[in-house]
Design a binder for this molecule. Sequence first.
Ligand code: HEM
Length: 148
Amino acid sequence: MRESGAAFFTSLTLHSLAMAFVVGINLAIAFRLVGFAPKLPIAPLTRFYPLHWYCAVLILVSGLALLLAYPAKALTNEVFYLKLTALSIGLLISKRFQYTLSNLPEDEPVQNDHKQLAYLSLVVWATTICAGRFLAYTHNVLLASRFY
Ligand code: HEM
C-alpha cells in the first residue's frame, strides 16, 4: 500500500468519493430536519439510505487500506480516535433516522428530539471531515519501524 502510489491514491480517491455520498446524504437530511427547504417531504429522503450504507462500507474498506499504509501514523494520533468516535455517533444517528423517518406523514411537524439529533449530526460529520483532513498534519509518528 505504501510503495505503490497508485494503490494509496486510489484508496484516498475512493475514500473521498464515498464520503461525498455518506456525509452528503446525512447533511441533506439533517439540514431538512433543522428547517431548511421546509416544503421538501422528509420520508422520501430516507430512500437514499441504501446508497449511504453501500458507500459507508466503501469508506471503511478504503479507510482500512489507508490505515494499512501507515498504521503507526494513524493509530498513535488522538485525532484518529476523535474521527472514529464522531463518525460512529454519526452512523448511529443515520440508523435512527432511517427507521423513524421513513414513514413520517408529510404534514407532520419535525419532533424536537429529531431536530436535536440533526444538529448533533451536523456537528459530528463536520468533526469527522476536519479530523480526517488533519490526520495528515497532526501525526507524531510516520513509521514505528521499517515495516509499519
Ligand atoms: C464516514 C466516515 C469517514 C470520513 C468522512 C472520512 C474522512 C476522511 C478525510 C476527509 C480524509 C482526508 C483525505 C485527504 O487527505 O484528502 C481521510 C483520510 C483518512 N481516513 Fe478517513 N474518513 C472516514 C472513515 C474512515 C475510517 C472508517 C477509517 C479507518 C478505519 C479511515 C481512515 C483514514 C486514514 C488512515 C486516512 C489518511 C490520513 C493520512 O493522510 O494519513 N477513515 N478520511
